[in-house]
Ligand binder design. Structure first.
Ligand code: ZN
Length: 250
């Protein structure tokens, strides 16, 4: 005779994004046979552990290694679900102090937008999963990905599953999730190389400027990696409009 264990589960807020319709925003019954940790169970239902901050079993907070018992009643909360959490165990490691990212190959446009706002994002259009995880751990970068498989790896600590397929919406998601609204420094980083821009004197670059630009602009920056010259022209205006459109107060 097979001994089924029967438990109840409820996922809160945006964790429901990962569940099929019939399991969203309600308590549902789940059956299984093997001994399993709460981390493995949650991930078997499609939710990466990097999205989870708090797990309550029968009202008490537990860690990812908790082994599930027959009859357990489990509530799973995402990172920014707000309620009184003074007495409970947070599962998320502390946020990375200066947020840095590594983005997967599907997020090229998002990468450019984030760099445009001054954020440090490693990206190559041929990164494989191993390289992304390694960079994340070595350089303390949060992984931005459309592949939840990466986020389910045990050694991954900081990451975010990007929901939207539209770059502009993706930018909003990242700013909200990592609380970056006040960290935007437009015009500080090269969009192509991710290097910080350096101010450069007009007379040093004047030969490389279109005549119209050398007449109208006086402030210039250079990328030390690709030597591209930047000034606050129409591009910059477009960028400001974009940031305004996101509805972010600076
Ligand atoms: Zn550059």
């Amino acid at each position: 005779m097979t001994n089924y264990k029967t438990i109840k589960l409820r996922f809160y807020e945006e964790l429901n994004d990962f569940l099929p319709e019939e399991k969203r925003k309600k308590r549902f019954t789940h059956q299984f046979i093997d001994r399993t940790s709460v981390k493995d169970l949650i991930e078997s239902l499609g939710v990466p552990h990097t999205e989870v901050d708090l797990i309550l079993v029968n009202g008490k907070s537990v860690g990812f290694k908790y082994l599930i018992n027959d009859g357990d009643d489990i509530s799973v909360y995402p990172v920014f679900e707000s309620f009184d959490i003074s007495e409970v165990q947070h599962l998320r490691p502390k946020p990375l102090r200066k947020p840095k990212f590594v983005a997967d190959v599907h997020l090229g446009r998002l990468t450019k937008y984030l760099r445009m706002m001054g954020f440090d994002v490693s990206y190559e259009n041929n990164f494989d999963d191993e390289e992304i995880v390694e960079l994340s751990l070595k350089e303390k970068r949060a992984i931005l990905t459309k592949d939840r498989g990466i986020l389910k790896r045990n050694n991954v600590t900081h990451g975010y599953f990007v929901r939207s397929s539209k770059a502009e919406e993706q930018v909003k998601e990242i700013l909200n999730r990592f609380n970056l609204q006040k960290e935007i420094k437009e015009f500080s980083r090269c969009i192509e190389c991710n290097e910080l821009l350096k101010p450069v004197k007009k007379e040093e670059v004047i030969n490389q400027l279109p005549p119209k630009v050398s007449r109208s602009q006086n402030e210039f920056y250079i990328c030390p990696a690709c030597n591209k010259i930047f000034w606050k022209g129409t591009h910059y205006q477009r960028m400001l409009t974009f940031i305004q459109r996101l509805g972010i107060e600076e």
